[in-house]
Structures are given as C-alpha cells and as structure tokens.
Design a protein. Structure first.
Length: 388
C-alpha cells in the first residue's frame, strides 16, 4: 500500500447537548475551550506528522461532536497548518459536520470562506414529535432554515456539496413519514443523503429507556422495509445508493468515507479520534485517542500523545476489514486492489469462498469486483462471515 497520507480526520468533541441515542466521543460543556483545543490539535498534528510521509491532501473531515461550534477561525488555522505541511490536491473535499439551528450551525458562509467545501448536517427528521423522540435540540423549522442556507450556498457555488443525515425506523414512524422527510430534505438541492436506522447502543440513555419499558424498541422488520424503500424514494432526486447507508448524485459521494471503506491510510487527531497509519513490519497501525477531553488536553500540554488503543494490523485483520467495508459498497470490493495490497493468494482464496454465494445469487462478480446483490443486503453480516 502507498504509505503517503492523503486523508486527515479532525475530531471536535463538544456539543451543546448529548442526544439519547448517541455513543460517539462527545462532551457537553458550558464553556467550550475553543482556543485551547485548537492549540492542542496543532500540537498533535505536529507530533504525528513527524514520522509520516504526506502527499497533497485529497480530503479533510472535521467531525464531532459539533465542529461548527468551533468557529471559522479555528477551522482556517487547522487548514493553514495542513496546507503548509502537506498541501492540497486539486479540488480537495473538506467537510464540516454541523447541526441545525443558529447556535449549532454557526455561519456556514463564513465556514465556506475559511475553506470548507462540503457540509454534513444532522437533520435526522423534519417532524417535531420525532425530533423530540430522538432527543434533538432543534425543531423542524430550524432544520428547514439550515437546509435553505445550504441550498443557497450550493446554488451560488460557495459549497461544492452538502449532506444531510436522516434517521429512520423511529417507533411510530411510517413509510409515508419517511417519504415526507426525504422530499423535505432533498427539495433544497442537496447532493448527498446518509440514512441510518435508529440503533439502540449499549450504555446510552436510549438503551436505559428501552430496558425500563419507557420507549419502544425499534421494529427490525419496519426498518428493513424502509431500507429497501429508500433507493426508490431518492431516485427522483438523482441520488443513487453507493454504500448501504449512503446515497449521492454522480460526482458527490463522500470521498473521505470512501477512503475509510477502501482501506486507505489516514491521520486522525483530537479527543476520541481513531487513525490508521503505515507501520514498518505490519500492514498498518491503528490508534485511538482517549475519549476523555481533559485527560487528552493535559497530555498534549506536555507534548504527550494520549491513546487508549494502539494495535498493529496484520494482513488477516486488514483482509477482514476490507470485506466488512468493501461489500457495503454498491460498486463492490475491488479484487484487483485487494490482490495488490495483500497478494494474489488472498484474492484467489476469497474467490473460492465466494462460489456458493455466487451460485445462490447473493453475490455478483464483474470486472474485478465482488459485490452483494440488492436482495441479499439484509443478510450482509452473514455473507461477510461466510467469506471471512
């Protein structure tokens, strides 16, 4: 694999409110230490970059948390550092996550001026009762206001692309509700939609509410029906599925996420951030920073990294990870790239294990790619286990 780093992830953990279903590395803070956090991000970038080879960066992703709370000046400072250290490829994809509402989305035009080319906004629903059920701070009116702002930035060319996150399968939601949400979002001209089924994650407030019988558990059958319906709902807007949960117009898939899903190296900094870097003697090094923001900042103040995870990834692990992510892609798993990175014997063994699935019609193979047929997506996990 080419060891040059072309992708960078920057995590900003702070939120105004932690939603009941969320299990991400987030922190609710009355006073957000924006400048202090920026200085520690720059320190971690310096420390991690010392041992890395860079190519011009193709993607940068500011995730969270709610990085739109950080401010355009901080985003510009990080991008300036990256430009001086690595430079940018032509037309880089630089994504900022945001939430609806004036406080949480900030001035999106100012972020575009700072260098953001793509915004991903956590709409989740366009119905007040469902938003309350999801424990979101914003209401439907705030969501539409943010969507209108994104539509204007896209129409005037100040943003190249924009995504909305949508949660489906909320107890009480119907297929008509889903259709209404999809139309309400895409009528603003967005080029990308990420649609996720509501999941009850262990340790979250939602999980505790479900356990106590205060909230109904999501209906698996209804979620499967909605997942099947989504491609048809999005097709009139020119969006097609390219990954199980992601849909885009031509030219607008998330290039950053595709780097993850195709096994590329990426540098990650910030509280709770996970990265994948080249490592001598192994296929790569995966690391994960501490999720505790004060602990992470105290360590960086002493120019010490603060990791909870550090593991060498061998060929077996990387093979299984490539299966897990590659078979979620509509384009399928690139067998030529797999052979290039892991050897022809890996490809040949995988093709042998794929024969039963191909004969059943659960898998397809074409032009050096192996994929899952649409009708078998509901059995994706078992198919991956069969191939691993």
């Amino acid at each position: 694999m080419n060891p040059a780093i072309r992708h960078v992830y920057v995590h900003f953990p702070y939120c105004l409110h932690r939603c009941g279903y969320c299990d991400f590395a987030t922190t609710v803070a009355r006073v957000i230490p924006r400048e202090r956090y920026l200085q520690h991000i720059l320190t971690e970038l310096e420390m991690r970059a010392e041992s890395q080879q860079f190519a011009p960066l193709e993607t940068v992703f500011f995730g969270g948390g709610t990085p739109s709370l950080w401010g355009p000046a901080a985003i510009a400072a990080v991008l300036d550092w990256l430009n001086r250290r690595a430079g940018f490829a032509e037309a880089p994809e630089i994504t900022l996550e945001a939430n609806p509402g004036a406080l949480e989305s900030g001035d999106l035009a100012a972020y575009a001026t700072a260098g953001i080319t793509r915004v991903s906004v956590g709409i989740q629903a366009l119905h007040d009762a469902r938003l309350r059920a999801l424990d979101r701070l914003h209401d439907a009116a705030a969501a539409r206001q943010t969507l209108a702002q994104l539509g204007d930035l896209l129409a005037t060319g100040r943003l190249r692309s924009a995504n909305a996150d949508l949660i489906f399968g909320v107890p009480g939601q119907t297929l008509l509700d889903l259709r209404t949400d999809v139309a309400g979002i895409l009528d603003y001209g967005l080029s990308h939609l990420s649609a996720y089924s509501l999941t009850v994650e262990s340790g979250t407030p939602l999980a505790a509410q479900v356990k106590r019988g205060l909230v109904a558990r999501p209906d698996d059958d209804l979620q499967a029906t909605m997942l099947d319906a989504l491609p048809g709902l999005l097709a009139p807007y020119g969006l097609a599925r390219y990954e199980v949960s992601n849909y885009a117009r031509p030219g607008h898939p998330s290039r950053h996420n595709l780097a993850y899903w195709t096994g590329r190296y990426y540098l990650a900094v910030g509280v709770g951030a996970h990265g994948f870097l080249p490592e001598p003697g192994a296929l790569g090094l995966r690391y994960g920073n501490s999720r505790k923001h004060e602990r992470w900042m105290a360590a960086l103040a002493e120019r010490q990294l603060c990791e909870d995870l550090r593991e060498s990834i061998d060929a077996d692990q990387h093979h299984d990870e490539r299966l897990l992510t590659g078979l979620r892609l509509t384009a399928g798993l690139d067998l030529t790239a797999l052979a290039r990175d892991l050897g022809d014997d890996r490809r040949e063994a995988l093709e042998l294990r794929a024969r039963p699935g191909l004969e059943r019609g659960d898998l397809w193979r074409n032009d050096g790619y192996l994929g899952v047929t649409p009708h078998a997506l509901g059995r994706l996990d078992s198919l991956i286990a069969e191939l691993a």
